[in-house]
Write a protein that binds this ligand. Structure first.
Ligand SMILES: O=C(O)CCC(=O)C(=O)O
Ligand SMILES: [Fe+2]
Length: 215
């Protein structure tokens, strides 16, 4: 707790991190009202930027392994997770900056701000997430946005249309400091995944900002 507060206070004196302007993100329309914004190098590298953030999150976040029921047995979810609800203190001042910049930029289109942060740690190329939409909450029935800050190793975020929705599979390479925003109907008309990597790779952290009630 002390160290969390310490990092927020320290940020006041620390050199400002360099964020590229959000209006330089490139939008890719998918289909059925889904779209993806991609902004490579949104957060610059360096100790005050993406490099320092990656290091701190790796050590400071209480990463948990999860298990889930798969038919008749329990299996490990192949990545580590942490979740910060809207009242929780985010684990780094740069994430506070990120969430507030995203809320300011996207509010006119989204109609609300980003609230929660889900963090995933892909330890190596055999960690992954299977095809899914973020539709446990409101994403099932309403347009929304999920904004992802990617740190560490470059991994591919794949998107494919739901059965009956036009379009073909797309891949976005998410590098260190990149932003990707899935918007419009993308959580219910498309699916996304981070497949295993066939070549050896280092760790990646994904930070997903979502509005209230989207999971
Ligand atoms: O690794 C990523 O950036 C995507 C994670 C994701 O889709 C999820 O946790 O819902
Ligand atoms: Fe997801």
């Amino acid at each position: 707790m002390l160290s969390l507060q310490g990092s927020l206070f320290d940020a006041v004196d620390a050199p400002a991190a360099v964020w590229r302007p959000l209006d330089t993100a490139r939008r890719t329309p998918l289909s059925a009202g889904a779209w993806v914004d991609h902004l490579p190098g949104w957060l610059a590298g360096g100790p005050e930027g993406a490099d320092g953030l990656f290091e701190r999150l790796s050590t400071d976040v209480p990463w948990r392994a999860e298990r889930r029921q798969m038919y008749d047995r329990e299996v490990d979810v192949p990545r580590l997770l942490a979740f910060y609800g809207e009242d929780a203190q985010l684990p780094h001042a740069l994430l506070v900056e990120a969430r507030s910049a995203l809320s300011t930029h996207y509010r006119p289109e989204l109609g609300e701000g980003f609230r929660t942060a889900g963090l995933c740690l892909y330890r190596d190329g055999s960690d992954s997430v299977a095809w899914h939409g973020d539709r446990i909450g409101r994403g099932r029935s309403a347009d929304t946005m999920v904004a992802i800050l990617s740190l560490g190793e470059t991994r591919r975020l794949m998107l494919r249309p739901e059965p009956g929705v036009p379009g073909s599979t797309r891949a976005f390479a998410l590098g260190h400091g990149d932003l990707v925003v899935m918007g419009g109907s993308s959580q219910r008309t498309w699916q996304h995944a981070v497949p295993k990597s066939s070549t050896p790779c280092g760790p990646r952290i994904s930070v997903q900002f979502r509005p209230r009630g989207v999971l």
